[in-house]
Design a binder for this molecule. Structure first.
Ligand code: ARG
Length: 458
């Protein structure tokens, strides 16, 4: 009973079997093995350097830990539920292997600061990967935007045809969102990247440790400044979950549009076969499973954020076992976000664009009515009066089942004497798009310049 538990000293009764399973985290925290070993190596070296443990013990510890690392990576490590978590699995094995020296490793340290360190090390690397996937997706979007610079499409508000835009302009809207997501990830990483070891259980340690040395060894630019906060702070993880939730919200909007655009009613784009599936009964079906699933997975990421916020809510300082519940939402989010970004980057790369279908739709639904109003304003009419006159022209077209581009000059003049025969050139889709020649507008030269700017990493 007590001899196999690293904390067994004050216990006389064995842990209930089910309690042992219920309280263990090894099934999910074993993915922190690399960070746990890295952190322990740094800690051991610091202990030796400070003369807190003998140098020959440090060598034994480091070699033993590296052996264990190899064993785990080769799939030859037996994880034990009885040893609760990754920290005690590794430490117990180390002592088994090297004896006395292994038992000195935990000097001046607690699992509370150890786990905080491991999560920070882990998340820091994962954020780098998330950012790399975001870059891949942005790159795929920029390639499509560049290749389709001549494609016009209807821009929507309320999902009603509003004004013609460049398809590339629409894609660049997502580029902006994903660039902000990247910024949020990088910003969050600054607060992840702080070294908590040395907080001990909660109050610090009585040994003359060198926290700065450990930080430098592990590539942390700073150490935490309050031991209680070091072991009880999970807001760095919450920030990651919040940034991930916003990122998934963006992906879910993009998903929704790809799903709509792939319908036979829209037919704006075609996703490649590899990203769709068929129906077992309806032979004509090609379902956009990938964007649907990403849209669906947004729910679990929001859920993970809510789960951890709720775990942390009202927890007294400092560490509480509740906090072991931080890992699964965090890991699940990392996997979901990375998977969703990767699959999206690949899908966008292979997406086919139906330029003619979009161009046709771009000219329908009175999409250039605003241009007619602007035309009248340039002729001298106040905007509100112009709006009124064009509204009447649109009503006339609806009545007569025409588009505004079908109106003759005589018909235009029914609504305002300001109309001349230059109206026809002013209301083509191309003219409408290129007239929006402002920073951030859809005019071709502006969109081209934005693609260039993004390519330069701005
Ligand atoms: N497995 C624990 C966790 O993930 C490690 C920290 C345990 N600390 C403790 N005092 N029980 O939170």
């Amino acid at each position: 009973m007590s001899e196999d538990k690293l904390w067994g000293g004050r216990f006389t009764q064995p842990t209930d079997k089910f309690v042992e399973e219920f309280t263990a985290s090894i099934e999910f925290d074993k993915r922190l093995y690399h960070q746990d070993i890295r952190g322990s190596v740094a800690h051991a070296r610091m202990l030796g350097r400070q003369g807190i443990i003998p140098q020959e013990d440090v060598d034994k510890i480091v070699n033993g830990l590296l052996d264990i690392l190899q064993q785990i990576e080769a799939g030859q490590f037996d994880f034990s539920v009885g040893l609760e978590d990754i920290h005690m699995n590794i430490e117990a094995r180390l002592s088994q292997k090297i004896g006395e020296a292994g038992k000195r490793l935990h000097t001046g340290r607690s699992r509370n600061d150890q786990v905080a360190l491991d999560i920070r090390l882990y998340l820091r690397d994962e954020i780098v990967e998330v950012v790399a996937y975001l870059d891949m997706l942005v790159d795929a979007l920029l390639n499509q935007a560049e290749a389709n610079l001549d494609v016009v499409m209807p821009g929507f508000t309320h999902l009603q045809s509003a004004q013609p835009i460049l398809f590339s302009h629409h894609l660049l809207a997502y580029v902006e969102m994903f660039k902000r997501d990247k910024g949020r990830m990088e910003d969050c990483c600054k607060r992840v990247n702080v070294m908590p070891l040395g907080a001990g259980a909660l109050a610090g340690t009585t040994f003359p440790i060198d926290r700065e040395y450990v930080a430098e060894h592990l590539d942390f630019p700073a150490v935490t400044r309050n031991s209680l906060d070091s072991v009880s702070d999970r807001d760095f993880a919450l920030e990651f979950l919040a940034a991930s939730s916003i990122l998934m919200m963006h992906l879910s909007r993009f998903s929704e549009e790809l799903i709509l655009w792939s319908t036979s009613a829209f037919r704006f784009v075609e996703l490649s076969d590899g990203f769709c599936t068929g129906s077992s009964i309806m032979p004509q079906k090609k379902n956009p499973d990938v964007p649907e699933l990403v849209r669906g997975k947004t729910g679990r990421v929001y859920g993970n954020l809510m789960a951890l916020l709720t775990v942390m809510k009202a927890l007294p300082l400092a560490y509480n076992k509740d906090m072991q519940e931080d890992k699964e939402p965090l890991f699940d989010t990392i996997d979901t976000v990375k998977g969703s970004l990767k699959i999206f980057a690949d899908m966008v790369k292979e997406m086919r664009v139906h330029a003619a279908v979009m161009a046709k739709a771009a000219g329908q639904g009175f999409s250039t009515a605003t241009d007619v109003a602007d035309y009248l304003v340039r002729k001298g009419l106040p905007f509100r009066d112009a709006h009124e006159a064009v509204g009447k022209a649109v009503a006339y077209c609806v009545e007569n089942e025409m588009e505004i581009t079908d109106l003759s000059l005589a018909e235009w003049q029914l609504f305002s004497p300001y109309f001349c025969d230059d109206i026809f050139a002013a209301i083509t889709v191309e003219a409408s798009v290129n007239a929006r020649n402002v920073t951030g507008g859809t005019a071709r030269n502006r969109v081209e310049a934005e693609i260039r700017r993004c390519r330069e990493g701005k």
